[in-house]
Write a protein that binds this ligand. Structure first.
Ligand code: CO8
Length: 259
């Protein structure tokens, strides 16, 4: 599929999805969400892709869902739409490989919510995060009311959701919303560095570890521990487990094949 609102590049097993609507600060129209969903599904199924980076470039991540597109919608239209935003963000969250959000500039509303579906968030020092939906008379409806409290705790999440205030990259790091803050000119270098570390590891183990965390968060502790145990057991059927442990015992780097 030829994309019009995103750019997809693949280099040495690392795929980068770049949001590309600079004139409207990468506002996320339904077309953008549909293209993200399509790209993420394609990259999920491509065994040569080990890690995915999602970014908006060095100036802005995304200033939210496209307000122009939503302004005149009726409740019935919104209810009956197939919710491209939720669908795309869920696909990103459930990709069977690590997803890194590399965030510069504004990550607002649906843009912030998109970053919450990534496994790791790296912020440039010019990044600003916020859920300003409340100021538009709506709420963060692309997962923000659910994923944000799970990530940073209920109190801080409610403050962000109820005030719509933007927070700096430093503050986002302090409250655990982002993993790392780097100078903006280092953003892609750091994201690639982390992606390369993931890419060198066993793809099946990474995928199972991601599933154990994501699915486990939906379960009570006892069920989650059982699920973790099943994932753990299954990894002993992989060549990567044999190779990883053999390499350790032979005091050499492991050569994982992703099977
Ligand atoms: N949607 C559409 N266009 C936008 C958006 C947006 N979210 N954000 C910015 N733009 C456009 C502006 O209209 C402007 O266009 P033009 O040049 O034609 O006037 C252009 O981008 C540049 O923006 P500004 O001139 O406003 O730039 P500033 O630097 O002055 O301000 C801000 C930057 C502070 C980011 C400001 O643009 C702003 O407040 N944007 C809106 C932020 C916002 O409220 N985001 C939340 C949107 S709602 C949402 O995300 C809901 C998600 C869940 C539901 C999903 C269902 C689809």
């Amino acid at each position: 599929m030829a994309y019009e609102t995103i750019i997809v590049q693949i280099e040495e097993g690392i795929a980068t999805i770049t949001l590309n609507r600079p004139m409207v600060l990468n506002a996320l129209s339904n077309q953008v969400f549909n293209e993200i969903a399509e790209a993420a599904s394609t990259l999920s199924a491509d065994p040569s892709v080990r890690v995915v980076i999602i970014t908006g470039g060095e100036k802005v991540f995304a200033a939210g869902a496209d307000i122009g597109q939503m302004a005149a919608a009726t409740a019935v239209e919104v209810m009956n739409s197939d919710r491209p935003s939720q669908r795309a963000i869920n696909i990103i969250e459930n990709m069977p490989k690590p997803v890194i959000a590399a965030v510069a500039g504004f990550a607002l509303g649906g843009g912030c919510e998109l970053t919450l579906a990534a496994d790791v968030r790296i912020a440039a020092d010019n990044a600003q995060f916020g859920l300003p939906e409340i100021k538009l008379g709506i709420l963060p409806g692309a997962g923000g009311t659910q994923r944000l409290p799970r990530l940073i705790g209920v109190g801080r999440a409610k403050e962000m959701i109820f005030t719509g205030n933007f927070i700096s990259a430093e503050e986002a790091w302090r409250i655990g919303l982002v993993n790392k803050v780097v100078p903006v000119d280092q953003l892609f270098i750091e994201a690639k560095k982390m992606a390369k570390r993931f890419a060198a590891l066993g793809a099946v183990a990474l995928s199972m570890a991601k599933s154990a965390v994501n699915e486990g968060l939906k379960m009570d502790l006892e069920t989650g521990l059982q699920y973790e145990n099943k994932c753990f057991n299954l990894l002993f059927a992989t060549e990567d487990q044999k190779e990883g442990m053999k390499a350790f015992l032979e005091k050499r780097p492991a050569n994982f094949q992703g099977r």
